[in-house]
Design a protein around this ligand. Structure first.
Ligand code: SF4
Length: 287
C-alpha cells in the first residue's frame, strides 16, 4: 500500500483546477498532486517530480501575467491610489520580454521540445495589451463597488470535503449584494466548466460572507472581447454542484496507486504537460 507524507493529507482538497486536471488526464493528476508526497517505492523520484513542477505551460503563463498586472492595479484602487493603464501595459511588456530573453526556457512546451517562436511572444504581448485596455475601459463601472477581496486563496468545507477557491474580485454593490468577478483572458469554450467554477465561488461566498444565494451574483468578463456573462444560481443547482464535488473528491481519493490513475495521452495535452519527461504514455518526442 502506498504511504504518503502527512503533509499531503493536510493540503488535500478539491479545487476547480484539480477538477480540470482530473478530467483531462488522471495520470497527470497523479503526478501533480500525489507523486510529490510518496514516501517509499515511488514510481518516479518525488524530487524529480517537484523539479518538473517548476515548469509552466506557456498558455498558463500568458493568463497569469495578465492576472498579476490587473491584481496590482486593483490593489492600488483598494488603497485609494490611482490606477494607470500605461504603467500596467509597460509592466506587462517587460514581463513578456523577460520570458522572451530566455527563449521561454521555463515553459513546459520548451522543456518538451517545442521551439518558442518570436511570433508567440509578439502574440501574447498584443493579446495582453488588448486585455488590459478592456479592463481599464470597464473599470469605471466597478468604482462604485466596495472592494472586499481579490485574488486570495480561500478555503471552506462542503461536508467533509475541503475546497480551495481564488476569486479574482469580490465587490459589494451599494445595495449590499455581492458580485464575484472572474476575468477571462482566453476564449470561453466550455460553458459547463465555467458554470461549475462560478458555482464553487458562490458556495464559498455564502459561507464566508454569511449570505444567501440570491444575495450573490457572479460574472465572467472576457477581456479579449469585452463581453460580460452573468450567472445566477438557485439553491437546487448549488446542492447538485455540492454532490458532484463530493463524488469527484471521493473518486480522486479512492486509493493512491499509480496504476489506478490512467493516462489519457493526446498530442496537445502531452506537449503542455509538465510530466511528459517521466510519463511512459507521453505522445511528445522530446529531444
Ligand atoms: S504526458 Fe500526456 S499521458 Fe502522460 S500524464 Fe501528461 S497528459 Fe497524461
Amino acid at each position: 500500500m502506498v504511504e504518503l507524507d502527512n503533509f499531503f493529507f493536510k493540503i488535500n482538497s478539491w479545487s476547480f483546477t484539480k477538477h480540470r486536471v482530473w478530467n483531462r488526464c488522471q495520470r497527470q493528476y497523479y503526478f501533480e498532486y500525489i507523486a510529490p508526497y510518496i514516501k517509499s517505492d515511488a514510481v518516479v523520484n518525488p524530487e524529480k517530480i517537484r523539479w518538473l513542477k517548476n515548469f509552466t505551460s506557456k498558455f498558463v503563463v500568458q493568463g497569469q501575467l495578465i492576472h498579476d498586472i490587473i491584481d496590482k492595479q486593483i490593489q492600488l484602487h483598494c488603497e485609494n491610489k490611482p490606477m494607470a493603464l500605461s504603467e500596467a501595459t509597460n509592466a506587462f511588456s517587460k514581463k513578456v520580454s523577460l520570458y522572451k530573453n530566455v527563449g521561454g526556457e521555463t515553459f513546459t512546451e520548451y522543456h518538451n521540445g517545442e521551439k518558442i517562436t518570436n511570433s508567440f511572444f509578439a502574440a501574447i504581448d498584443e493579446n495582453g495589451k488588448t486585455c488590459l485596455q478592456t479592463f481599464f475601459g470597464k473599470w469605471p463601472g466597478y468604482k462604485g463597488r466596495e472592494c472586499l477581496r481579490h485574488e486570495e486563496y480561500d478555503h471552506f468545507n462542503i461536508g467533509d470535503v475541503g475546497i480551495t477557491v481564488k476569486v479574482d474580485f469580490v465587490g459589494r454593490m451599494p445595495d449590499g449584494t455581492l458580485v464575484l468577478t472572474d476575468w477571462k483572458t482566453g476564449r470561453d469554450d466550455d460553458e459547463y466548466e465555467t458554470e461549475l467554477q462560478m458555482a464553487a465561488y458562490v458556495l464559498w461566498a455564502m459561507q464566508y460572507f454569511k449570505k444567501s444565494a440570491d444575495e450573490i451574483g457572479t460574472e465572467l468578463v472576457f477581456l479579449k472581447t469585452g463581453e460580460k456573462k452573468p450567472y445566477a444560481f438557485f439553491e437546487e443547482r448549488l446542492r447538485e454542484v455540492e454532490e458532484m464535488i463530493k463524488r469527484e473528491f471521493a473518486a480522486m481519493n479512492t486509493n493512491y496507486e499509480y496504476e489506478d490513475f490512467p493516462a489519457r495521452p493526446s498530442v496537445r495535452e502531452c506537449l503542455s504537460c509538465k510530466f511528459a519527461e517521466v510519463c511512459p504514455e507521453a505522445t511528445v518526442a522530446r529531444k
